[in-house]
Design a protein. Structure first.
Length: 356
């Protein structure tokens, strides 16, 4: 149950980050205390950005109007194509070590796309490419985590037996004995209980830093890709601008989320020793998919495309790893069967020779 709750909390935290751009970010407010938003795209203005929006854009005019609320004045910010890691000194270790370097990489990779003629979508493509590269870098850990999930699945019957053995006995002696036996099961199936924590410690800060970097680069939202403005949210695109192709974007977010979460939650349920885990997982899968469907209406297109591409990559990656592992398992089983058959044949021949 604790494992399930941990997963759901992480997912909700990620969605909150995606839909609000929060973290260390804070927003500019008008005289009435309401968030200042760009009426053309639906974006909220943040107090901290790393570079200037392009002049004569609606976003630039809004930042110029509320410059007094900005952490660094608009006039002191570099243009996005001239941004450097040491631009806009910060006292935040988090931003210095993670967010600013990622923002710099996004902008420099974007310039490479721009130099080959992709002048409208260069930063959007940069975000997608770097998001995929992060997933590829994390691939070895992902494989280990997936392998461990399979091992936990095999160990589940013994874990369930252990749970039944000690029942509701919460005495110190029983708890210590239970813990020792649990560690023996982990050792038997080569399960490392710290691996999922290590994965979270590496993956989540990197993901949140990348997300924060995206929100701090206004130039990302000025481009276009597939006819969509990268800063426009589906709600503005559909209901205000009557661009119904944004419905496709929302559908793709829902589908990529559903299939990605389906596999993750299936693993969580299969490794759970609690009754009713599978039923709870199905409910959470439906709930999270519907929730994200509504939340996606407030995602800027750049973030939505990043979400779709990286989750699609995760789905493909998962099935490739599973296919490779099943192939290796089948070969191992065939080898074991061949060995057993050979031993039986030798035994039968010896017996036949002896009788003869």
């Amino acid at each position: 149950m604790k494992k399930n709750k941990k997963f759901y909390i992480i997912v909700l935290l990620v969605i909150t980050m995606l839909t609000t751009g929060c973290g260390s970010n804070s927003y500019i407010k008008d005289e009435k205390g309401k968030l200042v938003t760009n009426s053309e795209t639906g974006q909220s203005l943040q107090k901290t950005i790393y570079c200037k929006p392009s002049e004569k854009t609606e976003m630039y005019k809004l930042y110029e109007k509320y410059e007094d609320q900005m952490e660094v004045k608009l006039s002191n910010l570099p243009s996005c194509d001239k941004y450097k890691i040491n631009s806009n000194k910060t006292n935040s270790l988090w931003q210095f070590l993670f967010v600013k370097p990622l923002a710099f990489i996004i902008l420099k990779v974007g310039l490479l796309f721009k130099n080959i003629g992709m002048t409208h979508a260069y930063l959007g493509l940069s975000v997608i490419l770097i998001g995929l590269l992060i997933r590829i870098i994390l691939l070895p850990l992902t494989i280990k985590t997936q392998t461990q999930s399979e091992r936990i699945k095999k160990a589940t019957p013994e874990i369930q037996k252990l749970e039944r053995k000690y029942g509701n006995d919460t005495s110190q002696e029983a708890m210590m004995a239970k813990q020792q036996e649990m560690m023996m099961i982990y050792k038997k199936y080569q399960v490392n209980p710290m691996l999922s924590c290590i994965m979270s410690l590496i993956q989540l800060p990197l993901f949140f830093a990348f997300l924060e970097a995206i929100y701090k680069i206004p130039a990302i939202y000025e481009g276009r890709i597939f006819g969509w403005n990268l800063g426009t949210t589906p709600s503005i695109g559909i209901f205000k601008n009557h661009q119904y192709t944004f419905i496709i974007l929302v559908v793709l977010i829902i589908l990529s989320t559903y299939f990605s979460f389906k596999f993750t939650m299936k693993q969580t349920a299969s490794s759970s020793s609690l009754p009713g885990a599978e039923k709870q997982t199905k409910f959470m899968l439906i709930f999270m998919t519907v929730f994200i469907g509504f939340a996606s209406l407030s995602l800027p297109t750049a973030i939505a495309l990043y979400w779709i591409v990286t989750y699609a990559f995760m789905i493909i990656q998962t099935y490739i790893i599973k296919f490779i592992k099943n192939g290796k398992t089948d070969k191992k089983i065939k080898k074991q069967k061949k060995s057993i058959n050979e031993k039986l044949k030798v035994k039968e021949n010896l017996k036949y020779g002896k009788n003869k």
